[in-house]
Design a protein around this ligand. Structure first.
Ligand code: ATP
Ligand code: MG
Ligand code: FE
Length: 339
């Protein structure tokens, strides 16, 4: 089975070819950092236009890398949401056009499902159900992944995502955009105990997250300390919150075979090693995808497509693009955040 995957939900345009037996034949990616840098964040209209320009050449390049042709694919998997609607439409419409042209089915992939299943692309031994910390630029959730298309949300953020707090911290420290990797680099040269920072919702009974107060505290005190110390103290606070909240959720996921992390913030080494220790302490296996598979890419979309294809989950060509699309539609909004 061979799946073409397309991703365009935020500021990464990507195309990949992945097989049902976990071979990544090609994966191509074009970031838009330069286009957005002057604004210190992603500008939706600029992003959508950049996706239009980048996507077709990336698909051509991925096909050339892998030596296959469109006639060889079994299905086209495209991100159909959630994300910036203009960008999502670019990838989804392109996917529909290719599916129609080559007479193969379309698979409309939830970007979060791409992140959620990405650890299974890297690790064939990872079986359902597993406890997933999905921590990215727009989301911070704990999910029980029971199977393909079966996600039970145990917790979410009541305000900001952890990745957003990393990006904001980088911005106030003048470390540039995107922020996560820059904060992690600066933190290596700083003292994590130098700056007193809050740990919102620490030890609260429900495993939900909150990062708005931490983000605001960083903005308030940033000028009073060395940037490296702020970065290190901020990262330590995020790690403490993620570990405390995840520990709560472990108690609510008794059947889980592993503790798994995915999403852009999963690329952070302090986060990975703290979660690994937490898993050890609970006798759980720890699984984290390789760094390139944590941040947005199309291999995870192709792989989610492969998993859905194998489960017979195909989508009609009039499937709409969705700006919002919760993985667990039964989960209730938390303090109106609904994320
Ligand atoms: P979502 O997946 O929620 O729709 P997104 O697609 O924008 O959001 P991802 O690409 O999955 O997010 O992740 C990007 C986020 O990950 C950014 O906030 C970025 O700062 C953060 N990030 C990337 N690398 C690191 C790192 N090494 N340390 C901390 N954060 C990181
Ligand atoms: Mg990005
Ligand atoms: Fe993402």
């Amino acid at each position: 089975m061979l799946i073409l995957g397309l991703e365009s939900s935020c500021d990464e345009t990507a195309a990949a070819l992945v097989t049902g037996d976990r071979r990544v034949l090609a994966h191509r990616l074009a970031g838009q950092e330069e286009a957005h840098r002057p604004y210190g964040g992603v500008v939706p209209e600029i992003a959508a236009r950049a996706h239009v320009e980048a996507l077709e050449p990336l698909i051509e390049a991925a096909l050339a890398d892998s030596g296959v042709s469109l006639a060889d694919i079994d299905a086209v998997a495209a991100t159909a949401g959630p994300g910036l609607i203009g960008g999502v439409m670019v990838g989804l419409v392109t996917g529909k056009a290719i599916a129609h042209a080559v007479g193969k089915p379309l698979i409309a992939v939830n970007h979060l499902e791409g992140h959620a299943l990405s650890p299974r692309l890297a690790d064939p031994d990872l079986v359902f159900p597993y406890l997933l910390l999905l921590v990215s630029g727009g989301h911070c959730q704990l999910l029980l992944v029971e199977g393909v298309n079966r996600y039970r949300r145990l917790a979410t953020t009541i305000d900001d995502a952890a990745g957003e707090a990393f990006d904001k911290t980088a911005k106030v420290l003048g470390l540039g955009f995107p922020g996560g990797p820059a904060v992690e680099r600066a933190a290596q040269m700083g003292d994590p105990t130098a700056v007193p920072l809050p740990r919102p919702l620490f030890r609260s009974p429900e495993p939900h997250f909150s990062f708005a107060g931490l983000k605001a505290a960083v903005a308030r005190i940033a000028g009073d300390y060395r940037p490296e110390d702020v970065a290190a103290s901020f990262q330590a606070a995020v790690v403490d919150c993620l570990i405390d909240r995840t520990a709560r959720a472990i108690d609510r996921a008794p059947g889980a075979t592993a503790l798994v992390v995915a999403g852009g913030v999963a690329a952070n080494n302090a986060v990975r090693s703290a979660l690994s220790s937490l898993a050890d302490a609970h006798g759980l296996r720890f699984v984290a995808p390789p760094l390139w598979l944590c941040t947005d890419n199309a291999a995870m979309i192709a792989w989610a497509g492969a998993e859905r294809f194998a489960a017979g989950l195909l989508d009609p060509l009039d499937t709409p693009a969705r700006a919002r699309w919760p993985l667990d539609p039964t989960a209730e909004a938390v303090r109106g955040a609904g994320v």
